[in-house]
Design a protein around this ligand. Structure first.
Ligand code: MLT
Length: 409
């Protein structure tokens, strides 16, 4: 019998969102008449905009004709999409990023997990707390940690604890770390790093030889013109940062699957004996060996996001979700709760009444209001005493959910 990867045994039994789904399923079975409104997992509800479906339809037609049919595409992504990304997402913002530095993939969740394959053992790894659980769990699976303690913190990881006192802005590490995960606009707190804060992170990374893994999956929600959309808007970031981007929340692709990772050609790690290694070359090797590219149809759909109609239509959907976020934020504030985020992000981070434990408040809202949220403790020890409310739903459901929550409080 082969040996199993025992690192998996260090993890809590289930990933956060399936655990929530399990509890909701049980509740629905016991209460078949309850009309449950889901503001838990951040999954889009608005359909794909017409500019995108039209581009995908044309691509389907091409695939059905001998002359235009395509088999395997380039693993790194079609040139037409990588050029559009480089131009619209980076060069138009003054970032020195070329199409060759962009790797199209099927999701940022996979990329933020898979990226660990190009880092060696023994790195000091820092995560913010609260944190998107994928960063932590994939490090556990990869054997980069010891066991978890009672509050669920894994030995060997450096937790950068954010709190209400700092507006959930994570502190810089007090020690030297090699790899740091940052997410802005943040999942779960819905707060976004300012330019000054991003400059501090880039400066820390440059001074300490660290690499920032910058997850910008929610950048499309940024409204404040002073907040950078990319880490590469900060001078010097090319040498210290990898950026993850996704079409999921930007264009409703959670079920379509398309994202991309940027690895600048300058970015280096080192061998155990101190020789520099270009991470772009390692990720190219990994990507071409383990991935066969995103479908042509999907990439044509993603390209359409950058057309004038695609931009207008996706902006309208983002504005729609942000209006939901405003309704959630203001309703909960009026109800006397302390809230964060929800201005440049689709998530509202809410302190539970009397700092009630997160799962207890989750159960209260489910039972009394038939509303699903995400318990903050699922995002780390510093998330205890908070819940995350997602703005991804119809206007009608958000208004109804807020009416019920007010009544339940
Ligand atoms: C979330 O709810 O945190 C997101 O849906 C997670 C994800 O994008 O994978």
């Amino acid at each position: 019998m082969p040996y199993a990867n025992e690192n998996y045994l260090k993890l809590k039994a289930g990933y956060l969102f399936p655990e929530i789904a399990r509890r909701v399923k049980t509740f629905c079975e016991e209460n078949p008449d309850a009309k449950v409104i889901r503001l838990g997992i951040g999954d889009v509800t608005e359909p794909l905009p017409p500019a995108i479906t039209e581009a995908m339809r044309r691509a389907v037609e091409e695939m059905g004709q001998r002359e235009t049919f395509r088999g395997y595409g380039p693993e790194q992504g079609y040139e037409f999409l990588r050029e559009a990304i480089a131009e619209h997402d980076f060069q138009s913002r003054g970032c020195d990023i070329s199409a060759e530095e962009i790797f199209v993939s099927d999701g940022s969740k996979c990329d933020t997990g898979n990226i660990l394959e190009i880092f060696g053992p023994g790195n000091r790894i820092a995560v913010t707390d609260p944190v998107y659980p994928v960063y932590v769990d994939t490090n556990v699976m990869a054997g980069n940690t010891g066991p978890a303690n009672e509050s669920g913190e894994f030995e060997g990881l450096v937790y950068l604890k954010a709190s209400a006192a700092s507006g959930f802005n994570p502190p810089l590490p007090e020690e030297k770390v090699d790899v740091i995960y940052l997410c802005s606009p943040n999942n779960p707190t819905g707060t976004a790093l300012t330019r000054t804060q991003m400059e501090e992170w880039v400066s820390y990374a440059r001074n300490n030889g660290s690499i920032l893994l910058f997850d910008a999956a929610y950048e499309a929600f940024i409204q404040d013109p002073e907040i950078p959309h990319s880490i590469y808007e900060i001078p010097g970031a090319r040498e210290v940062a990898i950026e993850f981007r996704s079409f999921s929340k930007l264009a409703g692709f959670t079920g379509v699957r398309c994202a991309f990772t940027v690895i600048p050609s300058d970015l280096e790690a080192r061998t155990q004996d101190g020789r520099p290694v270009k991470l772009h070359a390692l990720w190219t090797r990994r990507h071409t060996t383990k991935f066969n590219g995103v479908s042509y149809i999907t990439q044509r759909g993603a390209e359409a996001v950058y057309s004038p109609e695609g931009r207008r239509q996706t902006r309208e959907i983002i504005a729609f979700y942000l209006e939901n976020a405003r309704i959630i934020r203001e309703t909960l504030q009026e109800a006397g709760l302390t809230v964060f985020g929800g201005v440049n992000a689709p998530y509202v981070w809410v302190e539970t009444p009397g700092r009630m434990p997160s799962w207890e408040f989750f159960d209260t809202l489910l039972k009394r209001a038939h509303v699903v949220c995400t318990p903050g403790s699922g995002f780390g020890a510093a998330g205890e005493g908070y819940i995350r409310v997602s703005a991804f739903n119809s206007r009608e459901n958000v208004q109804e959910a807020m009416r019920r929550v007010r009544q339940a409080l």
